[in-house]
Design a protein around this ligand. Structure first.
Ligand code: NAD
Length: 481
């Protein structure tokens, strides 16, 4: 199927008529095309969004919350199709796409609708005056998202942006256009006013760049790689656009010597290899206390070797294809680098080492890989690989674990596994990161702040943080008579 732009309530081709092939990474086959848009398409879109903004912002937040519920209902009706499209676009297991991507995309709309209904007026009394804080919309906002959790991450921005009265120009990843298209079909079918939600497809340096540069787009919410994020900031900041940047990660999974080993192994596998390691929150560096390291590592390798890799459509598949052949080559180059840096591959490796994993030689399949013996400062141990590769590092004290955890340029997430949650909590407070889980991973309460420090980003999303980002507070101070 072909993914066209959705502008002012209708699906249209790019003005220049150009397209990009859309490849299913599990088969290597083209499954359709997407529009290859540029600044001319963005110009048209911004005009439509600006026109729609007045009526949309005139609705109350509660009325807009009802629209979010209608979109959630529409997505729910097409949930299976949503999961199928996500799996086809990304190569991820269909079961995962059902459980995580489809469900969470619906949940994001429902969550923000409910959250809006729980908002209390912000009023600050003084002895002689009353302050009333209004949350005004920003106007037209630009949303730019990656390929790893396509609609999950896009809906996480679309829902609060709409709720706060903004209109949207969104650009999904050029590798995964299909579920953004489904969301637009739903928006059209439920009767969302034209021009409120617009999607323009294409390459980052073309259509993405035009969004960054357009003077009428007053805020950019970006999720993607750190290098792209640096470019986004350099382009948008001098125009004083509001910026939210959710970037890369190289997260530590810390196993203390008092952890329940079976629970820690199961958690480390989930943290390391969910979505083939292509989640920004994945625990790709496993830090384990030296006294239990050998036993832990043996169990980890056994668990990883029992994972089912292969065709995304099979119910039992735990690891499907990576997003593309190019990305797989990048991941393989890091495994090779790990070997050159002195690492020992305990299981997995490049496809040359392990042979064909998936059903098709054209598919981007790679066995989950565990590398031991690397210095914690090695490039393989500190740079984001974003694939099914974890490295193992030993420590002898809590201080050493914290030092290793903090020795990357990133600071997005992490997990600590211990039977002493107070001790784990003390360690968590000293890790330079945005979120730490204790004895769990990816356990999300959508009201809590989500985001990173250092090169993992600027700002937070979630609950009140999202409402804050997508609005401009106006304080009215009324002097008492
Ligand atoms: P990417 O940075 O290559 O692309 C992200 C988006 O930016 C895409 O839509 C792309 O087309 C667009 N883009 C590229 N160049 C652009 C430009 N010049 N102007 C405007 N837009 C441009 O990232 P990716 O490969 O799609 O995603 C993987 C990365 O995303 C990883 O680093 C991962 O850690 C990160 N990520 C972070 C989070 C988070 O919440 N922190 C979540 C998911 C993914």
């Amino acid at each position: 199927m072909n993914a066209m732009n959705f502008i002012n309530g209708i699906f249209v081709d790019a003005i220049d008529g150009e397209t990009i092939p859309n490849i299913n990474p599990a088969t290597g086959q083209a499954i359709g095309t997407l529009s290859r848009s540029n600044h001319r398409d963005v110009e048209t879109t911004v005009r439509a969004a600006a026109t729609a903004q007045q009526d949309w912002s005139a609705l109350s937040m509660l009325e807009r919350a009802d629209w979010l519920d209608r979109i959630a209902d529409g997505l729910e009706d097409r949930k299976e199709e949503l999961a199928q499209r996500e799996s086809t676009d990304t190569g991820k297991p269909l079961a995962l796409a059902r459980r995580v991507d489809a469900q969470r995309s619906i949940d994001n709309f429902r969550f923000f609708a409910d959250f809006a209904r729980k908002q209390a007026p912000e009023v600050f009394e003084m002895s002689d005056a009353t302050n009333i804080v209004h949350r005004n919309p920003i106007g037209t906002v630009g949303l730019i998202t990656p390929w790893n959790l396509p609609l999950y991450l896009l809906s996480w921005k679309v829902a609060p942006a709409l709720l706060m009265g903004n209109t949207i120009v969104a650009k999904p990843s050029e590798l995964t256009p299909l579920t953004a298209t489904l969301m637009c079909e739903v928006a059209r079918d439920v009767g969302l006013p034209s021009g409120v939600l617009n999607v323009v497809h294409g390459y980052g340096p073309e259509v993405g760049q035009a969004i960054l540069e357009h003077p009428s787009i007053r805020a950019i919410s970006f999720t993607g790689g750190t290098a792209t994020g640096r470019h986004v900031a350099a382009t948008a900041a001098p125009m004083f656009k509001k910026l939210s940047l959710e970037l890369g990660g190289k997260n530590a999974t810390i196993i203390l010597e008092d952890a329940d080993l079976d629970v820690a192994v199961e958690g480390s596998v989930r943290a390391g290899f969910t979505n083939g390691g292509q989640v920004c929150l994945c625990g790709s560096r496993i830090l384990v206390h030296a006294s239990i390291a050998d036993e832990f590592t043996a169990k980890l390798v056994e668990a990883v070797e029992s994972m089912t890799c292969g065709a995304p459509e099979h119910e039992s598949t735990q690891i499907g294809a990576l997003i593309s052949q190019d990305h797989m080559k990048k991941v393989e180059s890091y495994i090779q680098l790990g070997i050159e840096e002195g690492g020992v591959v305990l299981t997995g490796g490049t496809s040359e080492m392990t042979g064909q994993v998936g059903p098709s030689p054209e598919g981007a399949f790679l066995r989950p890989t565990v590398i031991d013996g690397l210095k914690s400062t090695a490039r393989t141990s500190t740079e984001e690989i974003f694939g099914p590769v974890v490295t193992i590092h030993r420590f002898n004290s809590d201080d050493e674990a914290i030092e290793i955890a903090n020795s990357t340029e990133y600071g997005l997430a992490g997990s600590i596994w211990s039977s002493d949650s107070n001790r784990a909590h003390e360690i968590a407070k000293r890790i330079e990161t945005g979120i730490v889980w204790v004895n769990t991973w990816l356990h999300r309460d959508l009201r809590t702040p989500f985001g990173g420090v250092k090169n993992s980003g600027v700002g937070r999303e979630g609950g009140a943080w999202s409402l804050g980002f997508f609005s401009e507070p106006l304080n009215v101070c009324i002097k008492h008579d």
